[in-house]
Design a protein around this ligand. Sequence first.
Ligand code: IMP
Length: 196
Amino acid sequence: MKIVFASRNQGKLNEIKSMLADTKVELISLTDYDGIPEIVEDGKSFLENALKKAKIISGITGETVLADDSGLTVSVLNGEPGIYSSRYAGEKATDDENNAKLLDKLKNVPPEKRTAYFQCVLVLYRADGSFESFAGNWQGQIIDEKRGSNGFGYDPIFWVPEMKMTAAELPSAVKNTLSHRGQALAKLKNKLLSCC
Ligand code: IMP
């Protein structure tokens, strides 16, 4: 089964390829196609954004497409940064700038109120317009300074209580078994193994 992955992020592609290695899926990178435009993520939810990407790319390629969207939700900030996670501190913000903005917003918030979770939604969209979605949630807490240098994004300030370290201190193989993306991928994989 051929599936086009709706992202130019090589790291994510490799992660998904290795998790689907024992299925019959042939995962194709978006970079193998010419003329695919950047898709604006202007949906109101992770699902809307992933679905939009999947639908447009399936329309262009005529193939089954896998698309994802993810981000961090902080309860005390009414869900911020949420769907704006990658551009929290501005359109071209770096991970450091996004982390700094979040730490500043939480500076007077006590540890017990700093709960947060990462969310990931994957959409598998077929050329006939049918689709399925798979979600993962990873619960944790935002600490008040950065720790660790693995991973990306908010990992250095995302405390994983059961491991007693931040996501940026976890080896990537461990992060992949616990994370929102790992959970969503495991659900997708079960589905693919049961049907294809
Ligand atoms: P996207 O799914 O690539 O659009 O990612 C959205 C944004 O959410 C990223 O730029 C990060 O800021 C944040 N994010 C998503 N997943 C993770 C993660 O596993 N660790 C840290 N930050 C993440």
